[in-house]
Write a protein that binds this ligand. Structure first.
Ligand code: HEM
Length: 332
């Protein structure tokens, strides 16, 4: 025992991060001296883009979540593939992420490189822009700490197993979130992100066409809703671009309507609707459906946690010169 503690002190002196997780190095004022216009520039880009293309907010929120949950918030999802490497963004689960979501980071980065070259990381831009977009469409304004570094690699093979799919059992999905340190309440709040955005028909087709021998659509669905979706998705196999609103009542507004929808059988994905029937998740669905403030509070805390997940800081990673390629690749 004595031996162990006498070894611990020198170890902690050499590796102080053993005491403090990487994200404790992030600060609110990280760019105050080196790039004081950081927040203003990101906000201007966000406002312009969201007003021109209103689907941007949902795309960016999903992009940010998928970046953070696979290996940490390190902008690895922004890197493009090349002949030697298939990057995260080309994994099947990321292929539907809209170009506008990537574009917002590229635009902000271009402006920031002119203002303060080599200072602001792509991962910080994505975290800040996502928060600004969420609040712009009516959601809560949560705290975004800064000082992340960008990854120097991105591999499609790292994605599998980290991102939940609509046809997984709820227990499997709960396990995936738990693996990352998110409990059931945090998970339900985070999935409340489906208050905005779209899902392509292929993601819920099995619920509305030939559901079972006895039933054509999933009986947990509101019948009128199922009818409307069948009509919308009638040609989804030939036209793969057809998509439905995740929240058909207030599709562009970040609010608690998604949870109220679940109570009425108007959940789009099987993984959404099941949360209303499982005793582990139902109490939170009911709470957030009844109380938007409770949802916003829980969503904010959970997003703050997502946004520091496994971040790179200090001399880990790099500040990329451009967001779609590592610096080493760019100079090759
Ligand atoms: C149970 C866990 C989850 C599952 C199974 C799931 C699955 C999906 C699927 C299949 C889509 C449709 C993609 C498409 O067709 O383009 C989608 C969209 C979306 N997801 Fe999730 N998701 C989950 C959790 C989350 C979380 C935690 C967030 C963010 C915090 C999130 C944010 C979004 C957003 C904003 C969209 C709309 C994207 C757009 O309109 O471009 N999702 N999700």
């Amino acid at each position: 025992m004595k031996m162990a503690s006498s070894l611990l002190l020198p170890l902690l002196l050499i590796f102080p991060f053993l005491l403090h997780p990487a994200h404790s190095k992030l600060t609110l004022d990280y760019y105050n001296k080196t790039c004081p216009k950081f927040a203003k520039i990101v906000q201007e880009v966000v406002v312009d883009k969201q007003l021109a293309i209103p689907t941007t907010a949902a795309g960016a929120l999903r992009l940010f979540f998928h970046d953070c949950i696979v290996g940490g918030c390190d902008a690895s999802l922004l890197i493009t593939s090349n002949s030697f490497n298939t990057a995260e963004r080309d994994h099947k689960l990321n292929q539907a992420l809209p170009g506008d979501a990537f574009d917002i980071v590229i635009r902000a980065k271009t402006k920031l490189e002119l203002e303060c070259p080599g200072i602001v990381s792509c991962s910080d831009i994505l975290a800040e822009a996502t928060r600004d977009l969420v609040s712009m469409v009516g959601g809560p304004y949560y705290t975004v700490l800064l000082g992340r570094k960008d990854s120097i690699e991105s591999r499609a093979t790292d994605v599998e197993g980290h991102i939940a799919k609509p046809d997984m059992t709820l227990s499997h999905i709960i396990d995936i979130f738990a693996d990352k340190g998110f409990n059931v309440q945090e998970m339900v709040a985070l999935v409340g992100a489906h208050t905005i955005g779209f899902s392509h028909c292929s993601e819920f087709a099995s619920r509305i066409f030939n559901f079972s021998k006895k039933q054509d659509h999933d009986p947990t669905m509101n019948p009128e809703y199922a009818k409307g979706l069948k009509k919308l998705c009638a040609n989804y196999k030939t036209d793969t671009t057809i998509a439905a609103f995740n929240d058909p009542m207030t599709p562009g507004k970040f609010d608690n309507m998604y949870f109220q929808n679940l109570q009425r059988g108007v959940g789009l994905l099987a993984s959404d609707q099941v949360m209303m029937f499982d005793p582990r998740t139902k109490p939170y669905v009911d709470l957030y459906a009844a109380n938007q403030t409770a949802f916003f509070e829980a969503f904010s805390r959970a997003m703050e946690k997502v946004s520091v997940h496994n971040v790179l800081t200090g001399n880990q990673g790099e500040v990329r010169k451009r967001c779609d390629a590592t610096n080493a690749l760019k100079t090759q």
